[in-house]
Design a protein around this ligand. Structure first.
Ligand code: ADP
Length: 162
């Protein structure tokens, strides 16, 4: 069974992330969405909320070969523990390339049996990321088409609480 991790901060998960996840599901027997605690980025949603939103999407979309877990520490160690053969990353534009290239090579140095697989989303998502969605929500802009309904509702609530 070929298992892949799809690691990220997912603060929050967007339709761009879901596009990559669905492509990954076609390639691997199981994909584990791996939510990084990532305190350095000081996320808007805590780890548990980010995981919950993904669980809701897995249920709603009836994904059969997707799981979600959170982790803290070295990604490659978590990948080994899960017996993952690959890490899935999304590439939107050239601007993603430099950082992703560095991470992929560093991770390969840690374990050359774990491959990084880059997938490209549909063009409609190439300009989308979580931070622009958070900003739009905070500024009361329109962002409904960028995220699934459960994320939209949570984000609306979150910004009115703040
Ligand atoms: P990180 O903090 O690791 O960058 P993110 O949650 O921002 O985590 O992203 C996780 C992965 O999903 C990254 O590989 C990122 O390039 C990819 N990704 C994020 N948004 C999109 C999108 N709109 N289209 C394709 N890939 C995306």
């Amino acid at each position: 069974m070929k298992i892949a991790l799809y690691p990220g901060t997912f603060d929050p998960i967007t339709n761009g992330h879901i596009d990559i996840l669905e492509r990954g599901m076609e390639l691997f027997d199981k994909v584990i969405v791996t939510v990084a605690k990532n305190s350095t980025k000081s996320p808007l949603f805590d780890e548990q909320e980010r995981v919950e939103m993904i669980v809701e999407i897995i249920k709603k979309n009836k994904y059969r070969n997707v799981a979600v877990e959170s982790f803290d520490g070295l990604l490659i160690n978590f990948a080994r523990k899960k017996r993952a053969v690959a890490l899935i990353r999304g590439l939107r534009a050239i601007s993603d390339f430099e950082y992703e290239f560095q991470m992929a090579l560093i991770n390969r140095k840690q374990d050359n049996k774990i491959f990084t697989v880059f997938l490209m989303p549909h063009e409609r998502y190439t300009y989308l990321n979580s931070s622009i969605v958070r900003e739009l929500a905070q500024l009361h802009g329109e962002f409904r088409t960028f995220v699934p309904p459960n994320v939209y509702a949570r984000l609306k609530k979150k910004v009115t609480e703040h």
